[in-house]
Design a protein around this ligand. Structure first.
Ligand code: UTP
Length: 280
């Protein structure tokens, strides 16, 4: 584990996951498995790899399975103790031992910005990471959060991970514009949530990895609801960009949008071929 100034990682996981209905009718989207591991575990492992040891999870109704997952299941442990099936629990036991998990509920779904603000009591007054677990990131070397922590050490400001998307897909993302200050790193000067292609300031889309400085909480508090009448983190970040500076980072690796059926299937195939089979 690398030494890190960022110890806490927030996982907003209160959304309804409507694109995955009916599966998400009674189970959290974050528990959908990529091969044999739930999406959220990949995110937690990425955070641990980046030196974080405190996972703050924003849940809502019907999300109890997440808290149960990062806990001991005594009955199951007892059943398989000493059998050859015990090996299947090695990974998750390790993950549970490497971090503290805390939870708070978002009572009303008022958007990602609001979900992040709900996490303030768990985070306190320190810079923290945010992972949207349905964006699954793969990197054969350094994980995406680790890459961002390195950058944070240098710039000490909020950072969003970005990637280029086709123009016809800008309406699914927060889209940024900025000037390149070093290869793959931009200082943001504009940001729009889910723009139509003709309104998009670029084709650089924010994906589900952030490092945020704690002044973001006050900014979110003062941010009125935006697109879809939700409190948008993109709007708060634009204010922060104007006040002090926010950086966008073209991460190294691949991202799978597992909140969509197509991205989820692609991730399953990729991880089965490139990760699971390699370890088996
Ligand atoms: P999404 O836009 O993917 O929404 O939210 P969703 O509800 O999860 O999925 P769909 O679009 O209905 O299929 C992005 C992230 O923000 C969290 C979600 O859990 C997801 O991780 N979120 C969003 C909240 O925690 N609370 C909110 O009010 C909104």
């Amino acid at each position: 584990m690398s030494e890190s100034v960022i110890k806490k990682c927030l996982f907003p996981a209160a959304g309804y996951g409507t694109r995955f209905l009916p599966a998400t009718k009674s189970m959290p989207k974050e528990m959908l498995p990529i091969v044999n591991k739930p999406l959220i575990q990949y995110g937690v492992e990425e955070a641990i790899q980046a030196g974080m040891d405190n996972m703050a999870i924003i849940t809502g109704r019907g999300k109890q399975a997440i808290a149960d997952y990062f806990d001991t299941n005594y009955e199951l442990e007892h059943q398989i103790a000493g059998t050859d099936k015990e090996k299947y629990l090695v990974d998750i036991r390790e993950t549970i031992n490497q971090a503290v998990f805390s939870y708070t509920r978002q009572i009303e779904m008022k958007g990602l910005g609001h979900a992040i603000l709900t996490g303030e009591t768990l985070i306190g007054d320190q810079a923290f990471a945010v992972v949207l677990a349905d964006d699954l990131c793969y990197s054969s070397e350094q994980g995406v959060l680790s890459q961002m922590v390195e950058l944070y050490k240098k710039y000490q400001c909020s950072i969003v991970a970005i990637e280029e998307v086709p123009a016809e897909e800008t309406h699914k993302y927060g889209v940024i514009a900025g000037e390149e200050i070093e290869p793959g790193v931009l200082r943001i000067n504009d940001m729009v949530e889910k723009p139509a292609p003709e309104d998009a300031p670029s084709n650089l889309a924010i994906i589900g990895r952030y490092i945020l400085t704690p002044d973001i909480f006050n900014i979110i508090r003062q941010t009125p609801p935006g697109r879809n009448n939700e409190v948008q983190i993109t709007d708060a970040l634009l204010t922060q960009a104007k006040q002090g500076g926010v950086i966008a980072y073209k991460f190294k690796g691949r991202r799978f949008d597992c909140g969509s059926v197509a991205g989820f299937m692609e991730a399953n195939n990729f991880f089965y071929e490139n990760v699971y089979k390699a370890l088996d």
